[in-house]
Each structure stands twice: as C-alpha cells, then as structure tokens.
Design a binder for this molecule. Structure first.
Ligand code: M6R
Length: 605
C-alpha cells in the first residue's frame, strides 16, 4: 500500500529516497514519484510503472537535491495515472505526499476553489497541498499544524515548501509515520524498513503528531499543539536485505521458510506460562472469561482456527470477528473478555480501528499477535506475542499465517493450563508436538512435485471449491483465498456438510473440489461428502492423511500427507494448499508476489 520517504541532508538525497521506495515496493503500489527542492523550487519525477523506471527518469532528468520527499501510491481516489501520482504540488511552492484517505476532501475542495485554487488531480490529497499553501505565513511547521486541524480521516503526510530549502514536515493520524535520526541529517518514512541503511535510530510518531525535520534536529508537536518528547528507539532488525536466493518468487521462498519460522516462534520454554504473552498476562489471564478475536483476511482465518483450539483445550468461549465488521456494529462489550488482535503487519487500518473501538467500549485486556515488534498494534495493546516469521514480502501471507497458528495454539495451551484443563503430561505432549512441527513440515514440503502436477490442471480452470470440516474448515477458507488472490481463479470454501445446502448445484465435471481430509473424528462424515461430489461428476483433489483409506480412483486424485498431526494438523494441511495456489499462479503467469489490485499492508479503511 502507499509508502512515504522523506529526507533532509547536506548531500544529494535522491538515492536515499529511491532506495526507500524500493524497500517499500513489496507492499504493492500502482505509481510512484519523488520531489526535491532545488534552485528555490520543487522539481518532481513521477511514474505509473515501477520504482526502477522512476530511478531511470530521475537519472535522465539529473534530479538532485538535499531535501526531498517520495511516494509509492496505491490508488484510492482517482485512477493510477501520472497526474494523480504523488508528490502533488500546490502552486509550485508546496510538494506533498500522502498515505490514507481524507474523508472531508469534497467540502475542503469547495472552500479552496472559492479561494481560487485550481484542482488538477482526482485525488483527495490535493486538498491537503492547497490547504497548507493557503495557511502558509512563513512557517511550514505552523501551516501544517493548522491544516491538520481541518482534516477528517486517516493520513500520514510529508511536505516541503520552496521557501524552506532545508525542512521536511510530517504529520500522522491513523496511518504510521516514523522519524529516522541521523548525524546532521534526518529522515521520515511510513515504515522504518524504508530507512534501513540510513539510520537505526527511530522515533515512532504518535496519533496526531506533527513533526519538523531540519539539518539541526527534529521537533514534534502533539495533537494539542504542545511541544512533545518522544522516545528514541534503536532498531537493528531491518539490516538483513530481503534476498530471493534460489527461489523464483518471495512467496515460494516464504512457504519454504516455514519450518525455520515455526521453530523460531515456538516458545523456547518447556512449560506454557502467562509471561510468554507479556508482563501483564499473569494477572489479566486470571481475570478473563472469554476471548474476542479481531483480524482481517488470512489473519482472520488463523483466528477462526484458533477458536477450535481455545474452546477445546482451554474451554474458554471464543468469538472471532472480521475487524472491519466489528467496528461498525453495535456489540455488547464484555470487559472480562480478552481482545486478541492478529496481524502480520500490525498496521492494518481495519484491525487497528477495531482494537481502538474495543478499547473505547471498555475492553481493558488486549493482546496482539503480530510479526512486527515496532508496529502500532503492538504499541497499542496491553500484551503482545511476537511471531518470528521474519519479513514477509509476498502479498499472499504464508509463513505469517502458520506462525500465528503456533502463537494461538500456545495461547490455548497456556489458558487451558491456567484454567485447570491441561495437566503436566498433556502440556509436555503439546510441547513435544510443537517442537517436532518443523520436521513434519519438511516432509509436507517434499510433496511439491506432486502438487506441481495438479497445478497444471488447475491453471486451466476458472472456478474451484474447497472443502474442510471442523478446524480444517478455516484451512479450506485459507486455501481458497490463496488461490483466488494470486491465480485469479474464483474459489469458494465450504464446511463440507454445507455442500448439500446449496453449493452442490455448482458441481459438474468442470469443477475441481479440493478437500482437506485429515484422519480425525469427522473423517467418515467427510467421506460421505466426497461421495456427494463424485455422484455429480465433480473432480476431487484430496489431501488425505495416512490411514484415511481414501484412494486414487475415477475422479478422485489423492495426495497423501506424511503423518496425522492431531490438534496441530491445520498447520500442516495449509501448506499443500499454499503450494497449489503458488504453482497454479505460476502456470497462469500472474504476478505472484504483487497480485493485481492488492497491497501487502492495508493501511486504508
Ligand atoms: O497484516 P495483516 O495480517 O493484518 O493483514 C491482513 C490481511 O490484509 C492479509 O492477511 C491478506 O488477507 C493477505 N493478502 C492474505 O494473503
């Protein structure tokens, strides 16, 4: 999704800006641009292609400057065309980049038109540029502080003015923005990752903050306009470059990284105790009587899977909601419920808003399960469990999902133990199984050649059904989401028992039906559902555990999973579905890591 980079230095900063954009590229964007102050005015280059193209343009135009801003845009208001690409100018004096959405842009536009401002883009961003220009009285910092009072919505901005050749001003509300501190130079970015290589010292701006960066230092005002001090944090984590290595795509690399990611995420302790989830957990976990899980997309599916574990192992009532729905409905808050937000990025706008909504409703106990330690979500919750997936580049979430499952399983065992439902022997057994997961996953990854053979057939389909039962129903949902988001094949998932209540009407010889078939208590029921499909000529593609006695036959294709993994089976069963989606997408020639219309971190509502 949109990315911001800004810099003020005593050297040409164009390469810093371009490198910053490159580091944010994986998040998805449809245009990009850069502006620098040089010779008393802003100059810009913009592209509706890749950052590499922008870099070439910048080189040809010999764009150079010591102060500048840059942006990757993911279109919300206005098509992805050059005119709408940021930086947006106001009267060749102000240049501005913006992440987020300004909800009252239409009324502001009318007011500004009345003052003679001409609008040349379809963006909501242009009102911010003109507004700041209209309020400028010799201090960009003051003008931005005034302007943000009139903005409704979520935003992060970076802005420069031709009269202040060594100043960048930033502001944030609902979208992340971080200041990077250098020696005699300072930086701004929507993610600290963009500034790797330039600095390791960061200030994470708070909601409503406005900041002014100059060569001499950084000033911050809070939402009330008071001078504010913010903690400086050292973050080394971004050093490692994101290399593809021998893999064809980041998604493939990330699928194969799962044994390592899971080994790193499994708690290193021999027992499961509350402090694994933070200092406050000991007291909080004793107070709670239920869980409310809020998340989006794949993270929502990890929550759905965890519901089975939490209710079965910990016997604790668990509700799982799509974050963007929860925040807009009238719910009955239960202050004794633990609110769990799950997110790879920790910056997903819908999940963040749902968390804040829950807090406003009086929920005191909040826990984030997140892959980014410095994210807004981790900072906003009382407790946190960090997944150790490492940076995930592919838009399709893979290793983030399986590590979330590990975190949630650990939560279920911890709560189960605390509530007297998990004894020492059961705990030791869970520990043993978690520790063996990486090895078990390696065996599943070895199925890749068989899955590639299936993917050739799938690549010629336009629809697919996914079936699962019990805790494997969310795994079927995840398999369908993976297939549709990267191969653009329409895919739906159903609990297998639901088939006869409607979707069976879709089943013909042309319909592949992917079935997740673990050797569990629901197997016999699932076999009946398989027969229902076969009787209508549907083509079954079954991932069956050993001993299920589901065998290859007319219209039934079976890939045998190496071992049955009991309660942790969903973590193994999702992997062949990831591989199936990946190889089908490759066979169709889609842009696997950056599927159309999607972004890695969805920071707008
Ligand atoms: O960063 P988050 O986990 O909060 O992101 C949530 C969803 O946007 C994300 O899982 C999305 O559904 C992925 N593209 C799925 O592969």
């Amino acid at each position: 999704m949109c990315g911001i980079v800004g810099a003020v230095a005593q050297r040409n900063i164009v390469s810093v800006l371009i490198e910053g954009l490159r580091r944010l590229e994986y998040r998805g964007y449809d245009s990009c641009g850069v502006a620098v102050l040089a010779g008393g005015e802003p100059h810009r280059a913009r592209s509706v292609s890749r950052v590499a193209d922008l870099d070439a343009q910048v080189g040809e135009a010999r764009l150079e400057g010591v102060t500048g801003i840059a942006h990757t845009r993911w279109a919300t208001h206005g098509a992805p065309v050059t005119d709408n690409a940021h930086p947006i100018f106001s009267r060749d004096a102000v240049a501005l980049v913006h992440n987020g959405i300004i909800e009252n842009f239409e009324s502001l536009r009318e007011v500004l038109r009345g003052k003679g401002y001409e609008f040349v883009t379809q963006t909501d961003t242009e009102v911010i540029a003109h507004l700041i220009h209209s309020l400028y009285r010799g201090s960009l910092y003051d003008a931005v502080c005034e302007a943000v009072k009139q903005l409704h919505g979520a935003y992060a901005i970076a802005v420069v003015h031709k009269n202040e050749p060594n100043t960048v001003v930033g502001a944030r509300q609902g979208s992340p923005l971080v200041v990077g501190l250098g020696a005699g130079e300072n930086f701004l970015a929507s993610d600290a990752l963009a500034l790797a290589g330039s600095t390791e010292r960061f200030v994470f701006l708070e909601e409503g903050d406005v900041t002014e960066l100059t060569l001499g230092g950084v000033r911050i005002r809070d939402r009330e306009g008071r001078d504010a001090e913010r903690e400086v944090r050292t973050v080394h984590a971004y050093g490692g470059a994101v290399e593809l290595g021998p893999y064809r795509h980041f998604m493939q690399k990330e699928i194969f990284e799962q044994p390592r990611a899971i080994a790193d995420t499994v708690p290193q302790t021999d027992t499961f105790d509350a402090p694994l989830f933070g200092d406050a957990a000991e007291a909080a976990f004793r107070e709670i009587d239920s869980l409310l899980i809020l998340a989006c997309g794949t993270s929502h599916y990890s929550g759905l899977t965890a519901k089975y574990w939490l209710e079965s192992i910990a016997k604790i009532p668990t509700q799982v909601e799509i974050a963007s729905e929860y925040r807009y409905r009238d719910s009955v808050p239960n202050p004794k419920a633990l609110v769990v937000v799950i997110s790879q990025s920790g910056e997903t706008a819908d999940t963040l808003a749902a968390l804040k909504h829950a807090q406003k409703l009086g929920h005191r106990h909040t826990l984030s399960i997140c892959n980014v330690s410095t994210s807004a979500m981790v900072r906003l919750t009382e407790m946190a469990f960090l997944t150790r997936a490492g940076q995930e580049i592919g838009v399709a979430s893979t290793k983030a999902f399986t590590t979330q499952l590990v975190a949630l399983f650990s939560l279920a065992v911890t709560l189960g133990k605390l509530r007297g439902h998990v004894d020492a022997a059961a705990e030791a057994d869970y520990v043993k199984h978690l520790r063996h997961l990486p090895a078990a996953l390696n065996s599943v990854l070895a199925l890749e050649p068989q899955i590639i053979a299936w993917s050739e057939e799938f690549s010629r389909k336009e629809n697919a059904l996914f079936l699962g039962r019990g805790m494997h129903y969310p795994i079927a949902l995840e398999g369908a989401l993976k297939l549709k988001e990267i191969s653009y094949i329409h895919a739906e998932a159903y609990p297998a028992g639901e088939l006869k209540h409607g979707p069976l009407a879709l089943v013909t010889e042309a319909m592949p039906v992917v079935t997740v078939a673990p050797n569990d208590a629901l197997l016999e029921k699932l076999k009946s559902n398989i027969q229902e499909v076969r009787a209508r000529g549907g083509q079954l593609y079954v991932f069956a555990d050993a001993d299920t006695r589901i065998v290859n036959g007319e219209g039934i294709h079976v890939i045998r999973m190496p071992e049955h993994y009991g309660m942790l089976s969903p973590i193994l069963h999702v992997v062949p579905l990831q591989l199936l989606a990946y190889h089908t997408a490759c066979a169709r020639g889609t842009d696997v890591d950056k599927p159309r219309n999607l972004a890695k971190s969805v920071t707008v509502e």
